[in-house]
Design a protein around this ligand. Structure first.
Ligand code: F6P
Length: 546
């Protein structure tokens, strides 16, 4: 165990860090002409180049040793065999079962989970095809062409990100909308643009108790029944949940419910029922292709040795910066407009999973756990936060993601996009010395005085790390692989930090606290004490709203 008593590999990495800090990646590339190939892994059509990191063979070996010491292989096996690795909630963690295309049995409490998973997938297939073909129609007989997903967190971010990422595959006559925020604007802006007769609402909530989702769903239900009457609900509302009782209480017929189970975490749930809107938008075949892509990554993760295991390698490189460089942040920059919501999705995946301070042995950690993740689509973000990535005082490791082929090969747009992403990685790695900056200024005809004045501003330290992930195309299969890769990376890091990546008590606290303040605004609060700042703020807003 490391932490209180540090492990052997951990101590080795600490000592390697002391030396590595003085090494520039430029020199590493100069020393090894094949470094690019040497630190690249390929799985089918996905290539991951991790050569632009501050690592060498010794560091990688020590990182692999750390993974072995921490029992990563055993923990991978524990997840895949349905062990209850979510210790605080006493649950198995089986998103991998949702896309288990081999259909090999996976047992939880002695029961194979595959039959129920297959039954839900079959139901998704039938229903999505019926909606797409106009067999399941609205109350007045019209085709359902506006599909509205009402959910939040894992019941929103996954389907939203994937649906947008696969927009190219949407049925031409179907439009998808997402209502997540409790802010009435979220509902209003969708409802103002759709027609109840052609709208299907999908209420997505694992627990079916989340206040945002239920409030939004009630508002949408009223909007629908005000025009079409109570009987219309059966033809315009379906539920995705683990909680049949609450679904019935809400007034949705259990026949219109797509079930999932407590061994599927919210942020890992888009591979089955929660993915219904994806299947309707892009067709069940494409949905299945996404499952197949994820399954390919699962197989790779479960069987490849660490030295060739993409999620393990990415996880270890993350640990290297997080725990030895003390860099607790990283950026994910997809160079693809369709992937613009990937960073938001990954924020929940990574930060809700690994934003933890207590170990699985019930001790407070004395080392850093999950980093802060941020990002956005390139090239846009080159014109927002990249200045800091290049010349700021903070080192920010980055994942660049780009497809080799665009769905929209218009003129030379994609060549420019490709050139940009590769240039960014190269510039972050190599930087520009003051001498190089001076030579450029001289070439541009600047005076000696001007060169002296400007060369520092125009220089770049470089030595800033990045991974480059190239997909062939943003298609359902590659997307499945990519998402599964990040899921497994997050898990490996959680294992190394000895934390439970599958609970989220921190978010649940926020849900409760809001309920303490709500009565203040609904006019029936009494006897609830707040700190003076909160009291002042409540009174200020109340005064304005009077
Ligand atoms: O944000 C906390 C959380 O519990 C997430 O884990 C989950 O994805 C989200 O709320 C929504 O919960 P539910 O699907 O139960 O409505």
């Amino acid at each position: 165990m490391f932490g209180r008593t540090k492990s052997k590999a951990w101590r080795k990495l600490e000592s390697l860090y002391k030396h590595s800090n003085d090494v520039h990646m430029r020199d590493l590339f100069a020393e090894d002409e094949a470094r690019g190939r040497h630190y690249t892994q390929q799985l089918e059509n996905m290539l991951v180049d991790y050569s632009k990191n501050r690592v060498d063979d010794k560091i990688m070996a020590a990182l692999f040793e750390l993974a072995r010491e921490r029992g990563v292989a055993e923990k991978i096996e524990a997840m895949f065999s349905g062990k209850k690795i979510n210790k605080t909630e006493n649950r198995a963690v089986l998103h991998i079962a949702l896309r288990n295309r081999s259909n090999k049995p996976i047992y939880v409490d002695g029961r194979d989970v595959m039959p129920q998973i297959n039954a839900t997938l079959e139901k998704i297939k039938d229903f999505s095809e019926s909606v797409r073909l106009g067999r399941f129609v609205g109350h007045t007989g019209k085709k359902l062409t506006n599909i509205v997903n009402i959910g939040i967190g894992g019941s929103d971010l996954g389907p939203y990100m994937v649906t947008e990422a696969l927009r190219h595959y949407w049925a031409k006559d179907i439009n998808c909308y997402f209502i997540s925020n409790i802010d009435g604007t979220s509902c209003a802006e969708v409802l103002n643009n759709i027609d109840p007769e052609t709208t299907l609402f999908i209420v997505a909530s694992k627990t079916f108790t989340t206040i945002e989702t239920l409030t939004n769903a009630r508002t949408c239900r009223k909007w629908l029944t005000d025009t079409l009457g109570e009987h219309a609900v059966a033809k315009h509302f379906v539920a995705l949940s683990t909680n049949k009782e609450e679904v019935e209480k809400f007034g949705i017929n259990p026949n219109n419910m797509f079930e999932f189970w407590d061994f599927v975490g919210g942020r890992y749930s888009m591979w089955s029922a929660i993915g219904l809107i994806i299947a309707i938008a892009v067709g069940y075949n494409n949905f299945e292709r996404m499952l197949e892509g994820a399954f390919a990554m699962d197989q790779h993760f479960a069987t490849a040795d660490f030295e060739h295991n993409i999620p393990v390698i990415l996880a270890l490189i993350g640990i290297w910066y997080n725990n030895f460089y003390n860099v607790h942040r990283y950026g994910v920059i997809p160079y693809d407009q369709y992937l613009q919501y990937l960073p938001a999705y990954l924020q929940q995946l990574d930060m809700e999973s690994n934003g933890k301070t207590v170990t699985l042995d019930n001790q407070f950690v004395d080392y850093a756990t999950g980093p802060v993740l941020f990002g956005g689509a390139g090239t846009n973000v080159q014109h927002s936060f990249f200045q800091l990535l290049h010349q700021g005082t903070e080192m920010v490791p980055v994942d660049f993601i780009i497809p080799a082929i665009s769905h929209n090969e218009i003129g030379n747009h994609h060549q420019i996009l490709l050139a940009n992403v590769l240039a960014q990685g190269e510039a972050l790695m190599s930087g520009k010395t003051e001498d190089e900056a001076a030579a450029e200024l001289e070439k541009a005809g600047k005076s000696k005085a001007e060169i002296a004045r400007l060369k520092k501003y125009k220089s770049f330290s470089g030595n800033r790390p990045s991974n480059t992930i190239i997909l062939r195309k943003v298609d359902p299969y590659s997307l499945g692989m990519l998402i599964a890769m990040y899921e497994h990376k997050v898990y490996v890091q959680g294992v190394i930090w000895n934390i439970n990546s599958f609970d989220q008590f921190g978010v649940e606290l926020g849900k409760k606290l809001a309920l303490n303040i709500l009565p203040e605004f609904e006019g029936d609060a009494f006897g609830v004490e707040h700190d003076s700042s909160t009291t002042n703020l409540i009174n200020y807003v109340k005064q304005i709203r009077k």
